[in-house]
Design a protein. Structure first.
Length: 217
């Protein structure tokens, strides 16, 4: 029997990490002589990995990015991964239920070590097997390339038509389209603002809270 697989994005989908990401990016901007950016502004830059986040932040701040900015950001962020980051409301309860329906996985552009530390620190790692968590610095290209998602599908014994990717951004939607899976978009996530709703099609779902996932997955 083919498994029904649910794959989650991390930032803006399972966890609200916007403040810790913004604080870390702003620390690098200040060290470089730039003015900090609003937390909401930085939140919209998240999703393509740390390098793209830093590049966007420096462009928005009107400063040239120093060569060591990314290394400094990763060092700073590694010390504050869980200062303010928390699961969105009801996420543990939702995962408890979904875990009874089939395998769960995580596909994120965040580095794998940070991903595992956050999942463990928030007591969410128990829902995902070791091989079902893929970060953006592993053997697969970052989303929206579908290679990581296809690997998770194969590992779970699933098929694209029995897989749903849950995310909060156009990157996640494109990833699902590239892998021919279903997609569920979290409108509560900080990556959703500005999503081109006209691109939604059959097989796409929208939820306004994690608890609504139980009704569509």
């Amino acid at each position: 029997m083919t498994s029904r697989l649910i794959v989650f994005d991390l930032d803006g989908t399972l966890i609200d990490s916007r403040r810790d990401l913004a604080d870390s990016a702003n620390a690098v901007l200040r060290e470089s002589g730039a003015d900090p950016l609003p937390e909401e502004t930085i939140g919209h830059m998240v999703g393509d990995g740390a390098a793209r986040l830093l590049a966007r932040a420096f462009v928005a701040a009107g400063r040239e990015q120093p060569p060591d900015a990314l290394d400094r950001f990763l060092e700073i962020y590694s010390r504050r991964l869980l200062d303010h980051t928390r699961p969105y409301p009801q996420v543990p309860q939702v995962l408890d239920e979904l875990n009874t329906r089939g395998p769960l996985a995580v596909l994120t552009n965040k580095p794998l070590d940070a991903t595992r530390r956050i999942l463990a620190g928030l007591n969410l790692a128990r829902y995902f097997s070791h091989d079902s968590v893929i970060g953006g610095d592993g053997p697969f290209p970052r989303k929206p390339d579908p290679a990581g998602l296809r690997y998770l599908i194969a590992g779970a014994g699933a098929e694209p038509q029995t897989t749903t990717l849950v995310g909060d951004s156009l990157i996640d939607w494109n990833t699902a389209q590239n892998a021919s899976t279903h997609v569920c978009l979290a409108r509560y996530g900080f990556g959703f603002e500005g999503f081109p709703l006209g691109r939604l099609s059959d097989g796409s779902f929208l939820v306004d809270s994690p608890s609504e996932l139980l009704g569509v997955l």
